[in-house]
Ligand binder design. Structure first.
Ligand code: NAI
Ligand code: 15L
Length: 267
């Protein structure tokens, strides 16, 4: 299967953790990879283009999106923060991105949503794409807004979006919660590739985790995307148990899916 589905692919958030991890991988998905971030990025290599831009700057976002056929959107505030930066990057910034997508004819977006849209469900509950959101903070709330905004742009303008509710995507799981939420970088790339290549994406919600035995996410309603994880947090279980202490079951960070995020704030 060829994974090069689009001529020019835009990836925002290129200076961040996932942006840096996906940058070399996503070059296989396109002829030209356009990279964007507010922060400085390492210099362009063959097949790459760089556009430094603030998502809250409408004109800059239009310039960033022009001539691209699809977008992988990682840019924005990625943890709980005060309202003002979240408003600028994740609310106004996302509106600017979709308006630019509409204006420039972009038809497919992979939106990095978050497990924190669902953070106030308990770790013994299973959630799917139809379960009502229960964000665990302003950050999770901004991702829920992004999911609704992208649904509107699909219903009204036909722009397809995969809202990927990423669990915890890091080189390896850091704690016991991440044995359920972990998503390897290679599986994230597999998931993005599936979102970019599936014939009909529509507006879809998909949980982004590896093939972890312990899970509170049901991806049954995302089968049409064709994502098959190949890694598993299970391989790290013994090491994580050895370096972490017995969980306090009375602690909300242990009870709820959002972990420590449910206790943050107000900031
Ligand atoms: P990160 O914080 O390392 O990267 C985010 C990037 O966005 C940064 O390079 C930052 O400079 C850029 N950015 C922030 N505000 C901006 C603005 N106003 N204009 C332009 N760029 C701006 O986050 P990470 O871990 O790489 O996550 C990427 C995306 O995936 C984020 O949207 C995050 O919410 C989402 N996500 C990540 C998870 C993970 O486990 N890494 C889990 C769930 C969601
Ligand atoms: C997220 O949404 C964050 O972007 C990431 O840094 C992690 O905190 C992750 O969730 C998580 O829940 O582990």
């Amino acid at each position: 299967m060829t994974i090069q589905s689009h001529h020019r692919l835009l990836m925002t958030g290129a200076a961040g953790g996932l942006g840096q991890a996906m940058r070399p991988r996503l070059k296989a998905n396109c002829a030209f990879l356009r990279l964007s971030d507010l922060s400085p990025m390492s210099p362009a290599q063959a097949g790459e283009e760089m556009v430094q831009a603030d998502l809250s700057d409408k004109a800059a976002v239009h310039n960033m999106v022009a001539d691209c056929q699809a977008i992988v959107h990682f840019g924005g505030i990625s943890v709980e923060q005060p309202w003002e930066p979240i408003l600028q990057a994740n609310i106004i910034g996302l509106y600017n991105l979709y308006e630019a997508a509409r204006a420039h004819g972009v038809k497919r977006v992979v939106f990095a949503s978050s497990n924190h849209v669902m953070g106030f469900y308990r770790q013994n509950e299973v959630v799917d794409a139809t379960t009502p959101p229960r964000p665990d903070g302003l950050y999770g709330l901004s991702k829920a807004f992004g999911e609704d905004l992208s649904r509107f742009y699909f219903d009204r303008y036909g722009i397809e979006t995969a809202c990927v509710r990423i669990g915890s995507s890091f080189p390896e799981p850091k704690d016991r919660r991440m044995l359920a939420t972990w998503l390897s970088y290679d599986d994230l790339h597999r998931l993005i590739t599936a979102c970019l290549t599936t014939p009909v994406l529509g507006h879809s919600i998909v949980y982004g985790t590896s093939d972890n035995s312990v899970s509170w996410y049901d991806n049954r309603l995302a089968h049409h995307i064709g994502y098959r994880p190949q890694d598993s947090a299970d391989d790290f279980r013994d090491a994580v148990y050895a370096k972490t202490t017995e969980p306090d079951l009375a602690d909300p960070a242990v009870q709820f899916q959002g972990g420590a995020f449910v206790k943050i704030g107000p900031l």
